[in-house]
Design a protein around this ligand. Structure first.
Ligand SMILES: [Zn+2]
Length: 209
């Protein structure tokens, strides 16, 4: 699976487009804002997303989802439904983060642990990884050894847990029980900052020692 990162919003959120080389089928993950920039980048890459995937319900990850869903006639898929309260609270989040007003929406499909989505010939497995938010999910390409991990784990860091329904205990359990066992060789694209590998984090991440 190929990917290209498009940093969006004042929070430098890593919106990413992933695509299958063989079919050029594409999915947009976490379009947090800056719809015009995203559309222009996809045009340059020659890609048209057929679905919009969300890791969790925070505004800086979903702010342009409804607009791009309408633009590309592509369904919004994910996160897990325990994040419904975050999507319902998007107008409040807009004020909280100081970003443009965003209307609430409901995804076309919620995702659960064990579900998968297809992007061309690539299968993305869904893991439910609560902690940063209760309905946070990650997308895992087992064959391509790539994880799109949202705000669960970062290069030498972990996601914040001081938001409503956040849990540090759940977050660390999600990382140690679900992500690290995927393998040291897994490259992950986090929601913010640079890419890393699970092996680097297992050994060096100060929150996991
Ligand atoms: Zn977040």
């Amino acid at each position: 699976m190929n990917y290209h990162i498009i940093p969006v919003t004042a929070f430098a959120q890593n919106c990413s487009v992933t695509w299958c080389e063989a079919t050029r089928a594409a999915a947009l993950v976490d379009p947090g804002g800056d719809a015009a920039t995203i559309i222009e980048t996809l045009q340059q890459l020659g890609l048209t997303p057929t679905q919009i995937l969300l890791t969790h319900g925070h505004l800086d990850h979903v702010g342009a989802a409804a607009e791009l869903s309408a633009h590309y006639q592509a369904p919004i898929v994910g996160p897990q439904k325990l994040d419904a309260f975050w999507l319902e609270a998007l107008p409040t989040q807009s004020r909280m983060f100081g970003l443009a007003e965003c209307a609430p929406f409901t995804p076309d499909r919620w995702l659960e642990e064990g579900d998968s989505v297809r992007v061309g010939e690539v299968k993305l497995e869904i893991l439910h990884t609560p902690g940063h938010t209760p309905g946070h999910i990650v997308f895992f390409d087992r064959v391509g050894r790539l994880l799109i991990s949202g705000d669960v784990i970062f290069h030498d860091g972990v996601g914040r847990t001081d938001f409503p329904q956040g849990s540090y205990q759940d977050l660390i359990a999600s990382i140690k029980k679900k992500l690290l066992p995927l393998g040291d060789d897994i490259t992950f694209v986090p929601g913010h900052g640079t890419i890393s590998t699970l092996g680097h984090e297992r050994i060096s991440n100060p929150f996991l020692q």
